[in-house]
Design a protein around this ligand. Structure first.
Ligand code: BJW
Ligand code: ZN
Length: 245
């Protein structure tokens, strides 16, 4: 049986399905991924800019990168992958999406019960956390009227309310995501599966007996560990799965 057929059969018989998504899911919408050819901005690598140290050193440059991404994302629309996943969450109780993406495209596609592990690029918070780490505000204005933007409470620097390397994920989001690992089928879609703790969810699901699958154009660290690896553009694979179900 092909890996796609086996995954289809597993999904047909599944009541609890968790899909962990990464940047590859938004690639067909025109949003660059982090690693690989599209992951460079000017001469910086994306993963060098996504750190509190980079922001402390040079908030202007980090904000310019985020401003460029915010503009790019606002000009993009959800693709077939977001639409299929949204429909699954709307029509199949127990089918859930956990995303590492900060682009809000799953939200715009209408995904129900979405868990966002790394925040949203359209939310901001105070760099000094003057009202606590959890106090965030939404600002979708492109361009932002002030660069770098300021905290409305203390007037200090504002930062994107996303999770950078070396920062803790919101424990509530992580708990919600971890509670979705005891499932029938766990799918890692369009993620290089190298960033923890998100990547660990796949291993947790497997350890708890889930059938695990990967949908990716490339071979990743996770490929050899999953029960089914379907190679190809995730938007096409999900559309095909949706038809087969
Ligand atoms: C397609 C496709 C198509 C393309 N179809 N596929 C355990 C072991 C080792 C290290 C660690 C560990 N635990 C923690 C760490 C450190 C670190 C980490 O994981 N490092 C590794 C890289 C080694 N983790 C952290 O720092 C995390 N924090 C933490 O653990 O805190 C603990 C702590 C404790 C006590 C005190 C303090 C802290 C936080 C991680 C936050 C990650 N943040 C970012 C930036 C978000 C904001 C922003 O967007 O600017 O999140 S980094 C970046 O990577 C972003 C992404 O969400 C994340 C994952 O990337 P993703 O989505 O997988 O994208 P890519 O580009 O890597 O892959 C795309 C894939 O798609 C590729 O495979 C393509 O082939 C594929 N593809 N087109 C199908 N059409
Ligand atoms: Zn403040």
């Amino acid at each position: 049986m092909s890996q796609l057929n086996e995954l289809t059969t597993r999904l047909r018989n599944a009541s609890a399905v968790t899909v962990l998504t990464g940047a590859g899911v938004s690639a067909a919408s025109g949003i660059p991924t982090f690693r690989g050819a599209g992951g460079l901005w000017r001469n910086f690598s994306a993963t060098e800019l996504a750190t509190p140290e980079a922001f402390a050193r040079d908030p202007q440059t980090v904000w310019e990168w985020y401003a460029w991404r915010r503009e790019q994302i606002l000009g993009c629309d959800p693709n077939a992958a977001h639409r299929v996943l949204a429909r699954w969450t709307q029509t199949r109780p127990g089918w859930r999406v956990v995303t590492q993406n900060v682009d809000d495209l799953h939200v715009r596609a209408g995904t129900r019960g979405l868990v966002r592990l790394h925040g949203s690029i359209f939310e901001l918070r105070c760099w000094r956390s003057c009202r606590g780490e959890r106090f965030v505000w939404r600002d979708e204005r492109v361009p932002l009227p002030e660069m770098p933007p300021r905290c409305p409470d203390c007037g200090g620097l504002a930062r994107p309310a996303v999770v950078w390397f070396g920062e803790m994920l919101d424990p509530r989001d992580l708990e919600t995501a971890a509670a979705l690992t005891p499932c029938d089928v766990f799918i890692a879609a369009g993620t290089s599966a190298v960033v923890y703790p998100a990547a660990g969810l796949l291993h947790e699901a497997r350890a708890q007996g889930a059938f695990t699958a990967e949908l990716n154009t490339e071979v990743t660290d996770a490929t050899r560990d999953v029960d089914a690896a379907v190679q190809g553009p995730v938007e096409q694979t999900l559309a095909a799965l949706d038809k087969l179900l």
